[in-house]
Design a protein around this ligand. Structure first.
Ligand SMILES: *Cc1c(COP(=O)(O)O)cnc(C)c1O
Length: 386
């Protein structure tokens, strides 16, 4: 929720900008960690969802580790207080320089996505006189029932190592001196709202880990990745993701062996709802068929609608006029620079503040300078309202 007091403060800020509700972020973390404590689970926040330093620091202080997908993310995590022992690193295309960065830092685990990658990590670790802890990112061939661009666990997706490769992977690892297998890793997609995906994932984890256990290979860690969805349609009514059902389902369905640890990598569910993209209306353009609200924020600030056909709830923060139907668009010279079609808003005027909600995850972090636009800055509720 964006308060009246906050909207008053917006008047002095150049739009568009990202506004973060720090109180909601902390509340979300409180709920999340209440479950991880209860079930003795470990969590690594997926930095790629939002890498603003203040956000990272708040999450680090709440006790989460960091899940990284590049060498620079590993560096950023360390810079913002995450202990290397609480950093994991995934990604299908880790470069030699990135691997060396992570080896030098002494991160907890490389989540490996292919056979050749394991060989390279071993060779680079040998060259540095160290041993890398690795987990196998397994592609379990599960459809997460989400948008195809954020599905990652199907046979045709580029991520992970497939079960038919287990034999050759374990034979390879047996012969490598500078990697140590410490776990299995699964991350099957993002914005998963069909909760039946999670029990299915737990059954796949059991089936796949059995393959290793049957061959006398110890699996110390089970990492179930992230992926829990948030309510983009009703952010004010459901500001906190359904952690209760998520963890209850996993706890009920996942078979954990004595001494085994369970890890998670939430991204969107932690930061999605605390961020809003705030813009001003530049023009209201009356066409023959349509009325367009043209914002000063565009796909350069928030690309999710153009990239994934995602929808963010749109709110006029100031008008109380008659409800009218609009297409809400940005200023960028692309037809896909559109935030909503047939959106009902109170009658809208030049200068009104319009919020795009649920923009905390994969929002600011994906911003770009296309059309040579300036990057939107971040403002935080606790600093703005003090
Ligand atoms: C992106 C990503 C996550 C986080 O996904 P969310 O849907 O934001 O929770 C977790 N693990 C890995 C390996 C990822 O790439």
């Amino acid at each position: 929720m964006i308060t009246k007091k906050a909207i008053e403060k917006f008047g002095a800020i150049r739009t568009p900008f990202y506004y973060y509700d720090v109180e909601l972020l902390k509340k979300t973390l409180d709920v999340y960690t209440s479950y991880t404590k209860k079930f003795k689970y470990n969590a690594h926040y997926a930095i790629k969802a939002n890498a603003e330093p203040r956000i990272l620091q708040i999450i680090q202080k709440a006790g989460l580790g960091a899940d990284c997908v590049s060498g620079n993310e590993v560096k950023l995590a360390i810079k913002n207080g995450f202990a290397p022992s609480k950093i994991v690193y995934a990604g299908v295309g880790k470069s030699d320089a990135e691997i060396k960065t992570a080896l030098k830092a002494g991160i907890y685990s490389f989540n490996c996505e292919s056979v050749p990658e394991i060989q390279i990590i071993n060779d680079l670790a040998a060259g540095m006189g160290t041993t890398a802890r690795i987990s196998l990112r397994v592609n379990p061939d599960i459809d997460a029932h989400t948008h195809k661009y954020i599905s990652t666990g199907r046979k045709e997706d580029k991520f992970g190592i497939s079960p038919w490769e287990f034999e050759s992977v374990t034979n390879l690892i047996k012969n490598l001196k500078n990697v140590k297998l410490i776990g299995l890793h699964f991350h099957v997609g993002s914005q998963i709202t069909d909760m039946s995906v999670f029990p299915l994932l737990c059954r796949m984890v059991e089936q796949l880990q059995k393959w290793f256990i049957d061959r006398g290979i110890k699996i110390e860690n089970l990492n179930l990745g992230g992926g829990l969805g948030i309510d983009y349609a009703n952010p004010n009514e459901n500001p906190i993701a359904n952690f209760k059902d998520y963890f209850t389902l996993i706890n009920r369905n996942l078979i954990v062996r004595p001494g085994q640890k369970v890890h998670f990598e939430p991204g969107r569910a932690i930061v999605g709802q605390c961020g809003h993209l705030i813009s001003r209306v530049l023009y209201v353009k009356i066409g023959q068929k349509m009325k367009f609200v043209i914002l000063d924020a565009g796909m350069n600030d928030l690309i999710r609608p153009a990239l994934y056909q995602a929808h963010h709830a749109i709110e006029n923060l100031v008008s109380t006029g008659k409800i009218t139907k609009y297409d809400v668009v940005g200023p960028v010279c692309e037809s896909s620079d559109k935030f909503g079609h047939n959106i009902l808003l109170p009658e809208t005027h030049r200068g009104d503040f319009v919020a795009l909600h649920s923009a905390g995850a994969y929002g600011q972090v994906m911003a770009m300078k296309y059309n040579q636009k300036d990057l939107a800055k971040a403002y935080y509720s606790d600093e703005l309202l003090k």
